[in-house]
Write a protein that binds this ligand. Structure first.
Ligand code: FES
Ligand SMILES: [Fe+2]
Length: 474
């Protein structure tokens, strides 16, 4: 297969995926041209996670986050207290206007020639501007035109902050589709209050030598990797010292699936609860007093949603993915920033009830560190695999051999409880295939007008055989 990648909108990129055979070319993971096009077609258009409002509680607070390969400043304005996001690149000659990870500021002054921006991104001063009229009236002070580049849209979704560069993108709620209620649920405190979490800072960050899609497209519903990859952690009984929700959910009547929404690209574990309300709390903490806190919270939550069924994804039943590369659990959010074709940064956010007492927050933080920290298990197991995938796949020989994504192909079915979503058993690569359906749709689309849900009649499912139907329901 040729290495030459076409111009935007050229459908020849389809040749890199063979839906009938259930395979994907390794070029998608190792080819620099494809990577460059992903940044334009996917990262310029999709809603991307910036962080959480709890990182910047006070006026003037800011953090540096990322959208694709680029740094973005997420700032709470000093006057209206709204959260905005700007490219961290000076409009004069492109220097980073902010070289700190986080802080509180009156203004952002560029270290190069002192162009200065307020917390709304407006240019409010320049070096020698007023004093010597150094710009000879070519640059009016307060120029709207030369402010920091602001994102196209920003959304505070129950405390989590998302943005897209594309003003034409659908609302974040529409972008999530049927996954919106599940994300909302995962952002509630343990007593069921909306936006009830705060996130520990600074986030855990790992720079990993692999393509962003290695973890980003396959690290949910990859149930066949666990017994092998996490063998040492399982042997140490790490799960048993504080469950991930499984223990509390077990007695509750439920059906588990892995699903992929081919039109939206989201997918993952899905638990249909067959009973109203919330399961009884089961003890799971070592630390004294922590179970008491969570048991009382669960009782409050029971009252709150006694007459409802919990949303299907994430809570107590594994995790789900939001396209392109965010993984949501009921106790953490992980996302993957591309840096280069073979370099990715993984950020992990761990949430805790913002109103919890300190001993509970400490216990939750310690668990997150045991599970995911630099000296923890699980995530380091995963990264060991992801990191070797890239060098072992990019060679002249290796890249000629396609990856296998056929697991469960043709065994999917629809379920009326989840419109537009293909349902399958637990051990399946359906969610992975859904990501490639959406990936291809973005790579081929000329604009959001071609893409679901702005184009309601779009059918992005490229894979064959769903109960005899060729494609996903709209
Ligand atoms: S590059 Fe920022 S002031 Fe010149
Ligand atoms: Fe894993």
């Amino acid at each position: 297969m040729a290495n030459i990648v076409r111009a935007i909108g050229d459908r020849s990129i389809r040749a890199y995926i063979d839906p009938e055979r259930g395979t994907v070319s390794r070029e998608l993971y190792v080819n620099d041209d494809i990577f460059a096009q992903e940044l334009e077609q996917i990262y310029q258009r999709c809603w991307l996670l910036l962080g959480h409002e709890s990182q910047i509680p006070n006026p003037g607070d800011f953090v540096v986050t990322r959208m694709g390969t680029e740094e973005v400043l997420m700032v709470r304005d000093r006057k209206d207290h709204k959260i905005r996001a700007f490219l961290n690149s000076c409009r004069h000659r492109g220097m980073k206007v902010c070289r700190y990870d986080e802080g509180n500021t009156l203004v952002f002054t560029c270290p190069y020639h002192a162009w200065t921006y307020d917390t709304k991104g407006k240019l409010v001063g320049v070096g020698f501007g007023n004093y010597a009229n150094a710009y000879t009236d070519t640059l009016p002070t307060g120029s709207e035109e030369w402010g920091l580049v602001e994102v196209g849209q920003i959304c505070n979704f129950y405390g989590s902050i998302w943005a897209t560069w594309d003003p034409k993108a659908p609302s974040f709620q529409d972008y999530l589709g049927p996954f919106a209620e599940s994300l909302r649920h995962c952002l509630q405190s343990s007593d069921g209050e909306d936006a009830g979490l705060e996130f520990f800072t600074p986030f855990q960050r790992h720079r990993i030598p692999t393509n962003w899609k290695v973890p980003g497209f396959t690290s949910v519903t990859d149930l066949t990797h666990t017994a092998m990859t996490h063998r040492s952690a399982q042997a140490a009984g790490l799960h048993e010292d504080r469950g991930t929700g499984k223990e509390t959910a077990k007695p509750f009547p439920q059906e588990k699936y892995a699903i992929g929404d081919h039109n939206l690209g989201h997918g993952g574990m899905c638990t249909f609860y067959d009973q109203l309300g919330v399961p009884d709390y089961a003890n799971e903490w070592f630390e004294p007093g922590v179970d008491d806190y969570f048991r009382a919270q669960t009782e409050r939550k029971k009252l709150l949603i006694a007459d409802r069924i919990m949303p299907p994804h994430g809570w107590g039943g594994g995790h789900f993915a939001i396209f392109p590369a965010v993984m949501v659990d009921s106790w953490r959010i992980r996302y993957y920033h591309p840096h280069e074709t073979g370099i990715t940064e993984r950020w992990s956010l761990f949430g805790v009830d913002k109103n919890a007492p300190d001993h509970v927050k400490d216990a939750v933080r310690h668990y997150a560190e045991r599970f995911n920290g630099p000296v923890g298990f699980f995530e380091s197991d995963d990264m060991e695999n992801w990191n070797y995938v890239f060098p072992a796949s990019q060679g002249a020989t290796a890249r000629k051999y396609d990856y296998f994504y056929r697991n469960g192909l043709g065994h999917g079915k629809y379920d009326d409880r989840l419109p537009g979503v293909v349902v399958n058993g637990s051990y399946t690569e359906e969610a992975h295939r859904a990501r490639f359906s959406r990936w291809l749709a973005f790579m081929e689309a000329k604009s959001w007008d071609d893409l679901y849900p702005l184009n309601k009649s779009a059918n992005h499912n490229i894979w064959p055989g769903v109960d005899g139907q060729a494609s996903a329901k709209a």
